[in-house]
Design a protein around this ligand. Sequence first.
Ligand SMILES: Cc1ncc(C[n+]2csc(CCOP(=O)(O)OP(=O)(O)O)c2C)c(N)n1
Ligand SMILES: [Mg+2]
Length: 806
Amino acid sequence: MKSKIEDHNESGNLTAAKNFQDEIEVLDHIQNRVLWLSTRMIDFANNDRPNLDGIKVGGHQASSASLVTVLTSLYFNYLDSEDRISIKPHASPVFHSIQYLLGNLDESYLRTLREAGGLQSYPSRTKDPDRVDFSTGSVGLGAVAPLFAAVTRQYVDSHFGPRPKSRFISVIGDAELDEGNIWEALADPATANLGNVMWIVDFNRQSLDRIIPGVRIAQWRAQFEAAGWHVKEVKYGSKLQKVFEEPGSEVFKIWFDEIPNEQYQSLFGLTPQEARIRFLEGSPDGVTQFLEKHKDEELFEILTDLGGHDIASLLEAFKDCDGVEDKPSVVFAYTIKGWHLPIAGDKRNHSAQISKKQIDELRTSVGLSEINEWSKFEPGSPEDALCVSRGESLKRVPKKAEISAEFPHATGVAPKGFSSSQEVFGRVLTEISRNEAIRPYLVTTAPDVATSTNLGGFINRHGIFNKDVKREWNDNSIQKWIESPKGQHIELGISEMNLFTLLGQLGISGDISDQPLIPIGTVYDPFVLRGLDAFIYSVYSGAKFIVAGTPSGVTLAPEGGAHQSTITPSVGVELPGVVLMEPAFAQSLDWLLCDALAHVAGAKKNTVPDLRPDELAFYFRLTTRSIHQQPFYDAKQRIGEATLRSQVLAGAYKLVDGRAALTKQDDYLAPVVYLACSGAVIPEVLAAAKQLAEEGVIAHVIDVTSLGRVFGSWQRTLKQGIRTASTPSLPGVLRTTFTEKAPIVSIHDGSSHAMAWLGSALGMPQVAMGVDSFGQSGNIPDLYAMSDLDSGSIVNGALAALSLNS
Ligand SMILES: Cc1ncc(C[n+]2csc(CCOP(=O)(O)OP(=O)(O)O)c2C)c(N)n1
Ligand SMILES: [Mg+2]
């Protein structure tokens, strides 16, 4: 893909060179307008818009100015409609200004920065009015998203035929490189050799608090190169380059490259005369003499002429990266934080805003007045013509790609004796992949735990994705992991951040690569928290996927406290867009998983109760603990399959009817208690229910298959009550399971807190039992006993609940 500048250059004649110069001039005018609009947009939000709460609105004029040249060069010359780009969070005003000039955003939005329903503080796929490819905000995450989008595209091209070529671009802040997830992403073999990836680092040598100490470029360069990246520096603007061509300039260049960041940055706040003295402090012999011929003002211009603000140098560097097709590229664009603003280079400029007087001066300097300050370029001007033509050529026609397969209610994997939810999860996946209408869209991934989370069966059948066919050196008849371009499992190294980032990109593949997929990831449940930031990021980005956290709770008992999870249910319940599922029995898991697969696929048929737009990611919290399946079949016999299925999908059903279990006496006299539980701890609960029945207590056992859905339903009816100032009605799932007024004991192999709200919903006393301290190595009975989750303690919990009710 050639840039227009490249065409000019290649023609190699004077007219082309003149055209090139003309175009640079037009781009220069555009970047000045972009600088104005982005600065004023922030100024307006803070100073002109009525402020109702007295809180500073904020916005980042300096961070935005830093990227004005880079983003102008990209959007008004380099990018193609197929390219996908992630923008540094604090440059969102620049992005929106450009979208406005390109004709993709109405003028009125320019006055809505950081206003509810207006332009978001940081680019947001789901909340901004203009098209954002990748959300950014939590630094580091948006930076790596395009890298994993490129992995996804490689997968899509390989399985569904090549899409039109895209370049995956990240424009990131230099301090973002401090985030560990960046280096985890680079280190993973899955992200290697992607020639269509380019990162542009806004190398302004400043973070939020400070000037970044020392000179770090050598270290960054070495780290990128070690990861197999092509590294390009755009350090010098044309004025500097010209001086470096002068004889005797070597010593000046050496000092310019070696001067510490802090010393260099301090130049910006000085007068030209002071700046010369400061620059020369500590310089080697010869620099002072070499620079004598330049007057102070001229020298100041030279010293502050960095490549990241030189359009031609930037475009040349991007072109150079296009030529490198076998590895990702990173461009270090040396920039000035606060470029062309009075706060340029100031170490305190991160949140600084220029004054009204300075705004007025800036407005005048770009040839605008208060009357036309938000205008686009004069119709018919070369700038207007370029805006219009670039707007046209960057238009993207979304392709409507859908998965039209019909999904079954169940695969029929229904073991009769003992089985664990983790094992059944693997079997359901393998089974559903026999369906040829569904199989092509399934893609699994795991951070080095595929075998231990039961993905082995699926991988044996469908292989590992590798863009090249790999020879199998060990002939293992049990584990056949064939690597090929048709493999459907993407194996990752141990990085849960990479897992959730990849799931997020696979989950928006319908949008980014015009091919929806059904992504499924597995991870040890305690390490969900290790990838939590990327989990949140992916769901905030609107990605749909399934993830299994397994094993969970303290059931990985011998592995000790570091491998046991307690607070993950709360994460699953509380994260917007995430549905926590914790089915204990095989058939309930089969129903829920088939339903989740259909939902992620966007299939309109067979989803119960209906399409649920607020459900994006399905988080199955599973276990390796084998439990006997018979109690579930007994419940099915009692309730009927269709009703039971709809209750399981809604999130809860009555596993044991305490009245039916009570045989010895008249039940109308007996006390009633609800034992509400989820997952692995069910055998202890059933044993407790039996003991209670023997003691004349009616103990109903409620198996909560999806705490997420039950909580979601309750929140909906509660909010409805609040909004209409009426008594909240009980959601159907709670009405059909908790049919009588009775105290509740919740029992969970997780923090007691996650289920502790049930009593308030039902208006009854509750005793919440769970795991509220770090575990240790042991066996399940020992660890459950330590947390009072053994059957005897549960009986005592029930008696406590009854006494609270008396
Ligand atoms: C994960 C995370 N931690 C902290 C912040 C707060 N923060 C916002 S910008 C910033 C510094 C960014 O510096 P850099 O990436 O170099 O961007 P610049 O403003 O210099 O362009 C910090 C710490 C954040 N947004 N995300
Ligand atoms: Mg910076």
